[in-house]
Design a protein around this ligand. Structure first.
Ligand code: ADP
Ligand code: MG
Length: 693
């Protein structure tokens, strides 16, 4: 249970004074509807009100705090005209300017002849000095209470600065003191304040330096968040390893035969990865390993060989793919290889129903089927294995930690191998997978041709189509990808359908279309048509739909390439260049491109190395947008920035390991404080797996 001291933070923001339903709604949209969401909403700018010149010396455009005497009021002369209040000091005159003014309000606030302190932006306008809608207008006594420096927060429609500031202030006032969860020596070394003090400091920047990622208060908060994350992953990892594993030994009989039957030799890194995997499997611990490799680096073969080891040891293997199309793809590949060594595979997806499904389940239960490939349908409760020894998850950022664990729980101490095709920077690997050991496929299979990548404006479409005609006449096959439009599947499908009919006019009967709205069998038919050569062009809506292996495809066209993440584009491009023939990739964009967008597309033109692309993308866009964020399943940090807090991430990982090494149940004093930290960052599910403290 969450410690009571944190409860005020997890209350709805409406519990704060002065926050009604309308404001709450705007806050919800901005950062989330709870008090805790407000405390993590840090300022991105500041207004420094410490500058207080005399009127004659107040420069145009400056934020200034001025002591003035109120002069005559000049009500608006017409509906579009401003209300002016003439003011002055001993050096000159300044007009306070108000549009849509309420005269009674202004005469009350600014009585003629009185001294007032006003703060706002100075304007020089037609030879006059003026200030439009000052931010503050107070008496000299009240001026003492004016903030010298005000934080400026990111806003959203329907929200103005003042109520947001007030809400955040109220949220901060509700923030409890908590026992220190960081190591005191480390805090001292970093020069960091206690958590609550650091939080207040982060909300009260006294200069630009305090807004930077390396400001001490922000570093402290980021480190707290990173430590919570790394600690949670380390706990999951430790829990997983505590479960009894099994030693899967084999005589290499199947593996050797399968390798001999492959039409190619394994690359160095495939051999290395296989050795690491089989060593893990042979150990009595549970394997939890990530197989990371660029598109086309040959992960599937490695996974298949690992599955053979499970079978050699007398068990079964399961491979789970994120989509039905990919599951079918894996099945087609693996079934062929498995038959070569006399094994039986089954495919299980959401599409299998009734008797057919029951028959598949029975074969899985009895152990007649040694290798099972499927979608998340493999999770379902009625699915029982005779003896699942290895679970392979082809992740592609679709599954989370929990799903990974769910599949492996179907076996007694089953080993787990996670494959990811997205080459992610090392820092991100840490953030997402520090619960796993990592094998990387770094070299490409021999004989791959470089892909000729071009970046072209969409208005050259006719030319592109002309070139496709020539290429198709010479036997080329083409993927044509249309992007997601505004996350709306309907528009999405409409755009692809339109492109399909447009292309079909040029190439009658030779263009296929697949999209998310189509029924499974219909999709299969089109895909098969394309793979078999009955179609020359395949128009597809989403990345995943083209997650297929068609070695004959040599041209990839991506429409509105500027809307895709670099990693996605790289994945798409990886769909060609798989055969022996030279391939090309055309990235079509809608002009004008921003400078960043151009730089991003340029990276793709320059390199095919997925890791380089990922690092560059991270630098250009920051972690928030990398890989299309939300659906990517990557952790979303509130304070920490994976691109900028790399060193803190490493420190947090080391710290998390150290902590659990000494205090695996978080039972010590510091351990208890760390539990609070975990709850603060909503790792409730993870804390609940610990023995109660
Ligand atoms: P990934 O899953 O990593 O994207 P795949 O396993 O689908 O890559 O492999 C892509 C293609 O490369 C497949 O057609 C596969 O048969 C082939 N392939 C795999 N390993 C090698 C290798 N060592 N040499 C040549 N071709 C290979
Ligand atoms: Mg693959």
């Amino acid at each position: 249970m969450r410690p009571a001291l944190l409860n005020p933070l997890f209350a709805s923001a409406t519990a704060l004074p002065g926050i009604g339903p309308r404001l709450a709604k705007a806050l919800e949209k901005l950062c989330g509807g709870r008090v805790a969401d407000l405390i993590w909403h840090l300022p991105t700018g500041l207004v420094d009100r410490r500058f207080s010149p005399v009127v004659a010396e107040a420069p145009d455009g400056a934020i200034a705090t001025l002591s003035i005497t109120v002069g005559v009021h000049e009500p608006a002369r017409g509906p579009r005209q401003p209300y002016r209040v003439r003011c002055f000091d001993e050096t000159g005159e300044i007009d306070l300017v108000f549009f849509h003014a309420r005269p009674d309000y202004l005469t009350r606030l600014l009585p003629e002849g009185e001294l007032r302190v006003v703060s706002g932006r100075v304007e020089h306008y037609r030879g006059k000095i003026q200030m439009t809608h000052p931010d503050h207008m107070v008496t000299a006594e009240e001026a003492a209470g004016l903030p010298a420096v005000e934080p400026v927060y990111p806003l959203t429609a329907g929200l103005t600065p003042r109520p947001l500031q007030k809400a955040i202030r109220a949220a901060l006032d509700r923030t409890p003191e908590a026992a220190e969860w960081q190591d005191p020596a480390w805090l001292k070394k970093q020069g960091w304040k206690p958590w609550r003090a650091a939080l207040f400091e982060a909300h009260a920047p006294d200069g630009e330096a305090a807004l930077a990622d390396d400001a001490p208060a922000r570093q402290r908060l980021a480190f707290d968040e990173l430590l919570a994350d790394q600690l949670a992953l380390a706990i999951v990892r430790a829990q997983h390893r505590k479960l009894p594993g099994r030693a899967l030994a084999g005589d290499n009989a199947l593996i050797d035969r399968a390798i001999a039957a492959l039409p190619f030799a394994l690359t160095g890194s495939q051999q290395m990865a296989l050795a690491e995997i089989t060593a893990d499997m042979a150990a009595p611990l549970r394997m939890l390993r990530l197989l990371q490799g660029d598109v086309g680096s040959g992960k599937t073969v490695v996974a298949f060989l690992a599955a053979l080891r499970a079978v050699e040891a007398g068990g079964q293997a399961a491979l789970m793919a994120p989509t039905e199309v990919l599951a079918r793809q894996h099945f087609a590949t693996i079934q062929k290889l498995a038959e070569g060594v006399g094994l039986r595979c089954a495919l299980l997806t959401g599409r299998d129903k009734g008797k057919a499904r029951a028959a598949i389940l029975e074969r899985i239960r009895s152990g007649k089927t040694e290798i099972v490939i499927g979608t998340h349908a493999l999770f379902q409760d009625d699915i029982a294995f005779s003896d699942l020894a290895l679970a392979v998850v082809d992740e592609q950022h679709r599954f989370g930690v929990h799903q990974r664990l769910a599949l492996s729980s179907k076996g007694r101490g089953a080993d787990m191998l996670v494959m990811t095709a997205t080459p992610i920077p090392r820092t991100l690997t840490l953030a997402c997978y520090s619960d796993l050991d990592v094998s990387r496929l770094t070299d490409k299979p021999a004989g791959r041709q470089p892909i000729d990548t071009r970046v072209l404006p969409l208005d050259r479409l006719d030319q592109v189509i002309g070139r496709l005609g020539t290429a198709i006449a010479a036997g080329a096959r083409v993927f044509w990808v249309c992007p997601l439009v505004d996350e709306s599947e309907t528009l999405d499908v409409a755009a692809a359908t339109e492109r399909h009919s447009h292309l079909a006019q040029h190439f009658p009967g030779r263009v296929g279309l697949v999209h998310g709205r189509m029924k499974g069998p219909e999709k299969d038919r089109v895909m098969a048509g394309f793979a078999g050569g009955g179609l020359d062009i395949l128009v597809a809506t989403t990345v995943i739909e083209v997650g297929v292996d068609v070695p004959e495809a040599t041209i990839m066209v991506v429409e509105h390439a500027e809307r895709f993440g670099l990693a996605q584009l790289h994945q798409l491009r990886g769909r060609v260049g798989r055969g022996a023939k030279p391939s090309s990739c055309l990235l079509l964009y809608a002009p004008p491109l921003t400078q960043t967008a151009r730089a991003r597309l340029d990276i793709l033109r320059r390199t095919e190395d997925g890791f380089v692309i990922a690092e560059e993308d991270l630098k250009l866009r920051g972690a928030g947008e990398l890989l299309g964020t939300r659906q990517s399943g990557l952790p979303v940090f509130r304070i920490a920035d994976i691109a900028r807090h790399h060193d803190l991430m490493l420190a947090a990982r080391d710290d998390a390991r150290l902590i659990l090494g000494r205090d695996p149940d978080l039972a010590s004093e510091r351990g208890k404080a760390l539990r609070v930290l975990l709850y603060l960052f909503e790792k409730d599910a993870v804390v609940q797996t610990l023995r109660s403290g």
